[in-house]
Each structure stands twice: as C-alpha cells, then as structure tokens.
Design a protein around this ligand. Structure first.
Ligand code: DGT
Ligand code: CA
Ligand code: CA
Ligand code: ZN
Length: 618
C-alpha cells in the first residue's frame, strides 16, 4: 500500500525525523497524552479550589513534562520515572497507578468537586482561577451560559472587584472565546489527522490515504478534518467499520457506504495544552475509486472559492468538473481524474500547491505558469528565536544547540527573555552579561558543528523603549524585539510603540508582532503597512512565529510583508525539545503567503546570514 502525499510539505511532515529536537508529531504513547491532560485538568481544578500554589505548579509541570516526554511512561518503573526532571515521588506514584489500572481515582474525585462548566470558564481570556472561583462560589454560576445571562442582569456588580469595565471586558472576551472555540488550532488537528492516517493506512483495503480540506491548505485553525481514501467500492464498508471503531471515536455522527463522520473524545497525539474549548474534533472520511482520486482530492481540499473558479473554467472549456472527475460536457467522456496533476493539466493549468488554493489569484498565475516556488521545511537552515533554562525554557544552551545541529541547521541563536518578563525568569542586565559569556563558551565547544549566536528576546515596553540599554544590546548578535505586555493597546498607540522600537539600531527581528494567541487572545493591531515600510528600509526581519498558538505574523500579514520587500524570519520560539517540530506550522503559514526561500533569512547560507545580521546593526 502506498501513502500518497501530494503536497511537498506534507511529505516532509510525514517523514519527520524523530529524535531530539525533531520532536514527535505523534506521541507514541496514549498513557503519556492522557496523563498529561489529566494532570492539567487537576491543576485547573486545584486552582479554582484555591489549593496551595506549589501543588498547582507541580501538576502543571508534570503535565508539560509528560506532553514532551519521548519515552512511553507505560514502560518505565518508579525509579526511572522519578529520575525524569519535573516528576517527583508523588507524580511517579500517580503515573504508576494509572499505567497499572488505566485510571486515577484521585483525579476523578477531584474533578467531581467542580462542575465541568466552571472549568470551561477558565478558557475565557481574562478569567483567572480567582475570578472563576468567585463566579462559581459567590455568584453560583456553573457554566458559560449562566455566565452569559448573569452579565446582562447586573447581578455580578455586587461581587468584589466587579466594576462596569471588568464586566464589559468579560462580555467581550466571552464572545471572542465562543467564536474562536468552534475551530481547532492546526497544532491540534495535524497530529490528530496523522494519527488517524497511521491507523488506517495499514488496512489491506486502503490503497491511498491523504488529509484534505483546510488542514491540507495549512490554515491556522481547522473546522473539521477531512480524510480521503482510495479503495475499491466493495471494500468501502470494511474501511468504514474500522474507522468508526477506532479508540478515540466518541460519537459516530453518520456512517454511510462511502462517507462517515465521527467526533473524537480524547485527542490522541496532541501533547498537552489541548485547550478547554478544544472539545472533540470532527473527522470526515470518504472512500473513492482510483479513477476519481485526484478529482476528489481537489474537490475536498477546496477551498470552496477555488473550486468554484476551477468549475467555471471547466465549463468555459466545454467540460464539467466535480469530485468524480473532469468530463466532456455532452458525452460524459472522462478527461482526467486519477491524479490532481492530470486534472490541472487538462484545465490548462500548472499544479497549484494546496496552501495557495484560496482564490487569491492563484488560478491566473497557474495559467501563465508563474506560481511562486514555495518555501519548504527543508529550506530552513537556521533558528533565531529560542529559550533555555536561563529564562523559561526546559533545556540548556548546549542541549538546544546540539538539537538544532542534529536537525541540520548551520546556525542557532539563543534568545532568552529580558528582565521585564519576571514570571518567565527574564534576565537582569548582570545575568545577561554572564549568559552571553556562557553562550560564547558553548559556541566555542560546538565550533565546526553549528554556529551558536548570543541573542535576547527583548521586551518592547509599552512606550516603545527596549528592556535593555543599548550598551548591552550592542554585545548581542541577534536582538528579537517582541511585545509581551500592554497587548490591548489602541492601534495608533501600538504603531507608534513599534516604530519607536524599530529606531533602535540593534534590533534584528520583530518577534511575534501582534502578540495574539489563537483562540485565546486577540492581540495588537498595529498599522502593518507602516511597520513594513520601516522594516524594509532598515533591513529588519519580521517574524513568523511558528508556534501553533501564535502563527504571528499570520498568513495575510506575511503576504503583505513580502510584497513590501520585507525579509521574514520563521522561528519556532522553542522552549524545549518538542518545540523545534513547530517549524512545520510556520512553513505552512509562509506557503499560504506565497513565501519563497529567498524571502526568509532562515534559508540563507551561513555566510549570508552572518552578513545580514551585521548589516542590520549599523
Ligand atoms: P474547515 O473544515 O471549516 O476548516 O474548512 P474546509 O475547507 O476543510 O471545509 P469543509 O470541511 O466544509 O469541506 C472540505 C472541502 O470540501 C472544502 O474546502 C471544499 C469542498 N466542499 C465542501 N462543501 C462544498 C460545497 O458546497 N461546494 C463546493 N464547491 N465545495 C465544497
Ligand atoms: Ca474540513
Ligand atoms: Ca468536512
Ligand atoms: Zn520567545
């Protein structure tokens, strides 16, 4: 059986290297992911119950560690478990109990103390555990619907700290969370889709299998996952049976002859941070015969708008196009259908990469054979935004640099947080001096293997000043200037803030420029055109932060940036070994923007990158 993977990027994704730094797209162990989720839920509940802070942190930490752990806890004994950084005796005992019995009574009991609707409230931006606890225990609200109603009755104004402004903020955030909650982040949907593909591709009836829909187009959020299988018509039933019988399937929405839809319960393969609004994901599976596979893949990849454009074109050419194939209008004679390439060719078009299929001019370009050669994951050779244990990362300078070298990178920059980021253990001026020296030592040691640069992710303060003096910034090879606070500033104010920051002669990259968190926080809306103009003049790169919570710049911004002649920096912002794997999402976002390898500084040769870094700091 062949797994056909049409998009070049997806090919890289499926064959993604394992090992350190490569991360795992699919966590091999169900126990790891389940426990990671349970511990996170326990931490949430403990917070609402007002438990001891350290206890909460212990659960949060264990959750994160399990989410990143590459070994299966099911195969580890108590001693090995306790040796894992971030897992103490108590957690090791809990893990062992769970592995042995498949459940954790303590978790069930704890979760029963708080209604699940109360936990949902924690997913609303701005509602911390203290507020949620008040809403539940003082105001007697037990879910989001009750909260929505209470916001309008005025009954909350009697609660301590609940002024008009706070209530208005909650109302706004609640509306945002509800809207955002309907779609999943790509970082959740992708591992899930690959997990299903992995399960199904082994069936003898399955000839080819691919994901289609918005996931194949690389969108930042995914409504549902669309899977397409090539099989003989008589085999479709058996495939449907296997599909709806898979372990994470919680509900079967529809089961038909050639199409089924399910909703997942637990999300296999997603590591931690599943999100309170994450809920179940819908997965649609369709089975088509070989002669229609290409046409069906095109149809179900979409977008709808792109499909409409192609159908119109087919009609003008005396043909008709649907999911079964491209046929002559009068005779039903099949012109093409087996592969996407065949269908595009018969329409007089070059094959269009899925990420561009949004009806943004790609059909006209395909007609002239002028589509851009999109950037690929393997074009990226440098990582310029990372964190170590010096601030809030989970690995040392050397571990990080070695992982980057193993990935085939020629350069990595260490950019820990600046002093304003107290909760992220940001570095004081003195600590940064020492950290630079430590980075230089590792650079020396790894000389010949990888270039290790000293950098900082320096906060852009609310007024546009940077969080370190120029005398210190001067010492650094890379300065990523990012907003972390004052993230609800008015657009005009934040445009001025960024423009001021960009006047600083040492800034090399503007990091995650809006500060948004997908489905969590809207972030800033500066005048991007104004920023791009200055960035192009100054030679400052604008970041596409590849973390699937951020994807910031987003696709539309990145498209405008390259049109304005701005260089992009596609960075993972890695805090630990699993994070370098996030790069795929940054690359998909870049591809949606029409980015080529010439647009991203991370694709430069070692020498060219060094030269660019020097040139940004006159
Ligand atoms: P999503 O799931 O909301 O993230 O977005 P998509 O694009 O995956 O949309 P979905 O799952 O509803 O449908 C998958 C593809 O199937 C879609 O991109 C285009 C195609 N499709 C679905 N319904 C229609 C339709 O009514 N007309 C046309 N032309 N195409 C459709
Ligand atoms: Ca879909
Ligand atoms: Ca669908
Ligand atoms: Zn960062």
């Amino acid at each position: 059986m062949v797994v056909s993977v049409v998009s070049k990027v997806s090919k890289v994704l499926v064959g993604f290297p394992r090992g350190v730094g490569g991360g795992k797209l699919i966590c091999m162990s169900q126990a790891n992911t389940k426990l990671s989720r349970i511990f996170q839920q326990m931490a949430d509940v403990l917070e609402v119950l007002g438990a001891n802070r350290f206890k909460v942190i212990a659960f949060q930490k264990a959750s994160r560690v399990l989410g990143e752990l590459t070994e299966d806890v099911a195969g580890m004994d108590g001693k090995t478990l306790r040796a894992v950084d971030g897992i103490g005796k108590g957690m090791a005992d809990r893990i062992e109990a769970f592995v042995k019995t498949g459940e954790l009574t303590e978790a069930a009991e704890l979760l029963a103390e708080v209604p699940s609707g109360v936990i949902d409230m924690l997913g609303v931006p701005g509602l911390g555990p203290k507020t949620v606890s008040l809403l539940w225990r003082e105001a007697g609200l037990s879910d989001l619907d009750e909260l929505t109603k209470a916001l309008d009755t005025g009954e909350l104004e009697v609660l301590p700290g609940f002024g008009k402004k706070k209530i208005e903020n909650i109302r706004k955030n609640l509306a945002f969370a509800k809207e955002a909650g309907k779609r999943a982040r790509i970082g959740k949907a992708m591992p899930l889709a690959l997990w299903f593909i992995d399960q199904l591709k082994g069936l003898k009836q399955v000839k080819r299998i691919d994901f289609a829909g918005s996931l194949r187009r690389g969108k930042e959020t995914i409504g549902d996952v669309d899977l397409l299988v090539e099989a003989k018509a008589e085999d479709a039933g058996a495939i449907m049976e296997a599909f709806v019988g898979l372990e994470p399937v919680a509900d079967v929405i529809a089961q038909g002859k050639t199409k089924s839809s399910i909703r997942t319960g637990e999300s296999p393969g997603t590591s931690g941070g599943g999100g309170i609004f994450g809920g179940g994901m819908q997965v649609d599976l369709r089975v088509v015969p070989a002669e229609s596979y290409g046409a069906a893949l095109m149809y179900f990849t979409g977008s709808k708008e792109h499909n409409v454009r192609l159908r119109e074109r087919a009609i003008l050419m005396g043909m008709k196009l649907n999911e079964w194939g491209l046929t002559k209008q009068n005779s039903d004679k099949v012109v093409a259908g087996e592969s996407e390439e065949d269908v595009f060719k018969a329409l007089g078009l070059a094959w269009v990469p899925p990420e561009l299929r949004e009806d943004r001019g790609e059909v006209a370009l395909a007609e002239k054979d002028e589509l851009p050669t999109l950037i690929e994951l393997s074009d990226i050779r440098a990582e310029l935004h990372t964190h170590t244990t010096a601030s809030d990362g989970m690995w040392t300078i050397e571990q990080l640099a070695t992982a980057a070298a193993d990935r085939g990178f020629h350069t990595v920059a260490i950019t820990d947080h600046s002093k304003g980021q107290v909760q992220a253990n940001g570095l004081s001026d003195e600590r940064l001096e020492k950290h630079i020296a430590a980075i230089r030592r590792v650079a020396e040691k790894l000389n010949g293997k990888i270039v290790v640069l000293a950098g900082s992710e320096v906060d852009i303060l609310a007024d546009g000043r940077l969080d370190y003096p120029d005398s210190l910034l001067k010492e650094l090879d890379v300065v990523v200037a990012s907003p972390h606070a004052a993230l609800s500033q008015e657009p005009a104010k934040c445009t001025a803030r960024f423009l001021k920051a960009m006047e600083n002669p040492y800034v090399t990259i503007m990091g995650h420029p809006t500060g948004r968190l997908i489905r969590r926080r809207e972030g800033l809306s500066p005048d991007m055109g104004a920023l791009f103009k200055v960035a192009a003049e100054r030679g400052i790169a604008m970041e596409i932060n590849a973390n699937h919570w951020r994807l910031d710049l987003r696709d539309t911004h990145a498209r405008a940036a390259i049109a304005a002649g701005v260089k992009l920096a596609i960075n993972t912002d890695a805090h630990g070994p699993a994070d370098l794997g996030q790069l795929q999402y940054g690359v998909l976002t870049a591809r949606r923007a029409g980015v080529t390898k010439n647009d991203a500084v991370n694709c430069m040769t070692k020498a060219a990158l060094a030269k660019w870094l020097k040139s940004t700091r006159q």
